[in-house]
Write a protein that binds this ligand. Structure first.
Ligand SMILES: Cc1ncc(C[n+]2csc(CCOP(=O)(O)OP(=O)(O)O)c2C)c(N)n1
Ligand code: SF4
Length: 287
């Protein structure tokens, strides 16, 4: 069997704690990219800051690791000027929904052709355990010592309400199931969100592998992802039972498709100006 080109040739020391849910996401993503037939040079992974944001360091592909919360706008820009690349924005729930929350909302509206993978461990892992936007009410941390009193952000409901093109949830404790969802998301044309339940074994002692395994189930044949109200209803389900799978899909024109009907790709902005000399020349002309 052919070796997976996304595996790194030289082993890199992985900074995650043993047993961290991030390992399952890394494996599912590497296998999904390989099974879809991508080559590393065709793929760009963009992340922000946090434990989750280290993922692109651990596989063989193009990487941009930038500011906290800024993976989506950077990925959006890359996809706009290089639409032939597969662009994935990924980060933790804090990075994507907290620091990057405004970018997340507005990207959904514009529908760029991106896959957005969120490692949702319901905690700030890198900074050692503060409550994140998705932490449950009552979650106790060193900062929220008497329990978190904020209502958790529901990324799926928000994305469906905003008519995101593809909305799914996976669980990093089921790598095969997650890989299947990722393959659908990576093949989707438009903004594809995959929120991944990712146990943080060091700082979240509530939402553990066991806690999830007792609760998660996959949406069945009776779920129709084109039915927005049904998808919204399922997205509100949390507690005794937690649904996984593809909640909502709505194929609609992407940002790139709309942009290139207004500005052909042959325009200066998207050709000569992409070189440093071209940008300098155009700048001089406009001054
Ligand atoms: C603008 C800004 N605010 C705060 C920080 C400090 N900081 C670094 S990582 C982090 C939390 C990361 O949590 P999350 O995105 O959930 O990822 P995880 O580490 O849990 O994977 C914070 C608050 C920062 N680097 N930049
Ligand atoms: S602190 Fe949590 S999220 Fe970070 S590597 Fe350890 S287990 Fe994973």
């Amino acid at each position: 069997m052919m070796a997976n080109p996304f595996e790194q040739e030289k082993a890199v020391e992985i900074a995650w704690c043993p047993g961290c849910g991030n390992f399952g996401i890394l494996r599912a993503l590497k296998e999904a990219l390989f099974e879809l037939g991508y080559e590393p040079h065709q793929v760009v992974l963009v992340s922000g800051i946090g434990q989750a944001a280290k993922l692109p360091h651990y596989l063989n592909a193009n990487v941009f690791n930038g500011l906290h919360g800024r993976s989506v706008p950077v990925a959006f820009a890359i996809k706009t000027v290089r639409p032939e690349l597969l662009v994935v924005a990924e980060s933790g729930d804090g990075c994507m929904y907290g620091e990057g929350g405004n970018h997340f909302l507005h990207a959904i509206r514009r529908n760029p052709d991106l896959t957005v993978i969120v490692h949702d461990n319901q905690v700030y892992g890198l900074t050692k355990g503060q409550a994140s936007p998705t932490s449950e009410e009552g979650f106790v941390s060193k900062v929220q010592a008497m329990g978190n009193f904020s209502t958790p952000f529901n990324p799926l409901s928000i994305a469906i309400a905003q008519d995101a093109s593809f909305v799914a949830r996976g669980f990093s404790g089921d790598v095969e199931g997650l890989k299947k969802i990722l393959k659908e998301a990576l093949s989707w044309k438009g903004f594809a969100l995959v929120d991944v339940l990712q146990p943080c074994v060091s700082f979240n002692r509530v939402n553990t592998y066991g806690w999830y395994k007792e609760r998660v189930y996959y949406l069945g044949e009776d779920h129709d992802p084109s039915n927005r109200l049904q998808a919204f209803e399922r997205s509100l389900e949390w507690g005794e039972r937690i649904p996984l799978g593809i909640f909502y899909t709505h194929l609609r024109p992407t940002y790139g498709e709309k942009l290139y009907t207004q500005i052909p790709r042959s325009h200066l902005l998207y050709q000569g100006m992409l070189s440093q000399e071209g940008i300098a020349r155009e700048f001089q002309r406009l001054m």
